[in-house]
Design a protein around this ligand. Structure first.
Ligand code: TRP
Length: 474
């Protein structure tokens, strides 16, 4: 086995692996997508279904993917092939790895565009806060003297300026490429060990700020009082797609990171920790954002504009809003970066293993190709706003380029790959090999295997079916 690890080192400790994996998991999915979806789908009911999916499907699948990676010891495609071979199964199972790598590549392409929006807001709120600081008022409210229209108008201005959007997206992609090119130990691990702790500190600080200055009680009841009339097959599909996306499942990230884990690490508790940390951050992000939104009487169901328009408006009438707004966007940036790294690492490891390229060349090649698709996504907000990639398909008839790629990967490719992982690990891979890798025994193994082999395939198939055919129930 050549192994991608050989081309970039492996994790230097269990802690390093956990930080990198939590870094992959915690990202725009937690701070942008989760609160947006919870806000749009009525809060409590969505949160409850989401947690159910994470516990019953997500966490068992996290363990499945990490163990496949470690047992296979290569990139996502090579690892699945190796495990299939060792289990006496068809090597065509490597298609599962190929599907995952393709998804990761596509997600990377639009992920960096959205991360570019975050950079835009770091610049805007940074300029705002430093201006206040030099004027002798470090605790000013955000965007003092601007009207609500002027503040929300920043997003429209960015969307109407493709050059600016592409410049910011390029900058973010360049940083991502640079870290991945530096290697697993010297790039990915180092970035995670600096950025993740900084992220957690900032997250807790802004949450405490929101709890004191915002409407924490209302946020709590919004997030934890389920209204079951809000549940529909569409909401279930959203929640499952979100759970897979947020845990970095089914798109090559964890499979690839798993290959860099040493044999001594006990995988089951590690997987549980990763899933728990990711979910805790999503909930904390809700508890950070909604008190601030409610404090100034804004709408939690604002959709994707929630953090880019609603929050800046809220910061404009809150104490020290300029500073907190700036910190808020910096913390999202840290989270997004440790995730985009994992998205780039999956296809990069494959290019290294399959074509023998050097790590820096592979990272640049993959990154530039994804960047090009990102350019199309960015143009989809202005000159190409009429383009409908899958316009013939009713569920994508009205979505722009970015939303189409996001929707197609999240609603279809990720569930499909998750289904295949569950079937492969639950039924096809050698039982002894699997049991040994999990480190589980007795009842714990039986329970885990039941969730992977039975519950995951059934639940994911049902949800996938409703995602593809939303009119199935009439
Ligand atoms: N989980 C990340 C987030 O929530 C995004 C991400 C990183 C991802 N790596 C992934 C999603 C692999 C799917 C697959 O922002």
């Amino acid at each position: 086995m050549a192994g991608a690890a050989a081309a970039g080192g492996g994790w230097s400790s269990r802690t390093a692996f956990i930080l990198a994996a939590v870094g992959a998991a915690v990202g725009l999915g937690n701070i942008w997508r989760f609160p947006t979806l919870a806000g749009e789908n009525g809060g409590g009911a969505f949160v409850l279904v989401y947690i159910g999916f994470v516990v019953l499907l997500g966490a068992p699948l996290v363990l499945s993917e990490i163990l496949l990676g470690r047992a296979g010891g290569e990139d996502a495609i090579g690892s699945v092939r190796n495990v299939a071979r060792a289990s006496g199964r068809s090597e065509r199972w490597r298609g599962l790895g190929a599907l995952q790598i393709t998804s990761g590549f596509l997600i990377l392409s639009f992920y960096c565009v959205v991360a570019g929006w975050v950079v835009n807001y770091i610049l805007a709120s940074g300029e705002d806060w430093f201006g206040a600081l030099f004027a002798g008022d470090p605790f000013a409210m955000a965007f003092d003297g601007e009207t609500q229209e002027q503040i929300t108008g920043r997003m429209g201005a960015l969307f109407g300026d493709p050059i600016r959007m592409i410049a910011l997206h390029s900058a973010f992609m360049a940083i991502t490429i640079w870290i991945v090119a530096s290697g697993v130990t010297d790039g990915i691990e180092k970035a995670a060990t600096w950025l993740m702790p900084a992220f957690f500190v900032l997250l807790v600080m802004v949450t405490i700020y929101g709890a004191f200055t915002g409407d924490f009680g209302r946020a709590l009841s919004f997030m934890f009082t389920p209204d079951f009339s809000k549940l529909s097959p569409g909401v279930l599909n959203e929640a499952l797609g979100q759970a897979l996306f947020s845990l970095s499942l089914a798109a090559g990230g964890l499979l690839t990171y798993g290959a860099y884990v040493s044999k001594e690490v006990n995988l089951a508790p590690t997987a549980a920790m990763i899933a728990a940390a990711d979910t805790a951050v999503a909930i904390l992000a809700g508890l950070m954002i909604f008190p601030i939104v409610f404090a100034v009487g804004l709408d939690p169901a604002a959709g994707p504009a929630l953090i880019f328009q609603t929050l800046p408006v809220a910061f404009s009438s809150m104490p020290a809003g300029a500073l907190v707004g700036f910190v808020f966007f910096v913390l999202i940036f840290f989270a997004a970066l440790t995730s985009s790294i994992s998205l780039l690492e999956g296809p990069t490891a494959w290019v290294i293993d399959a074509f023998g390229l050097k790590r820096p060349s592979a990272a640049i090649l993959v990154g530039l190709t994804a960047w090009l698709i990102g350019v199309a996504c960015a143009l989809g907000y202005s000159v190409w706003s009429d383009v409908r990639l899958l316009g013939f398909w009713d569920i994508f008839a009205n979505t722009d380029i970015l939303d189409t790629i996001d929707g197609f990967t999240g609603k279809i490719m990720l569930p499909l790959a998750a289904l295949l992982v569950a079937v492969f690990v639950g039924w096809r891979a050698d039982r002894q090999l699997v049991e040994r890798e999990t480190g589980l025994s007795g009842g714990a193994f039986v329970l885990w295997r039941f969730l992977v082999a039975w519950l995951c395939p059934i639940a994911v198939s049902v949800v996938l079916l409703f995602g593809l055919f939303p009119n199935l129930l009439g």
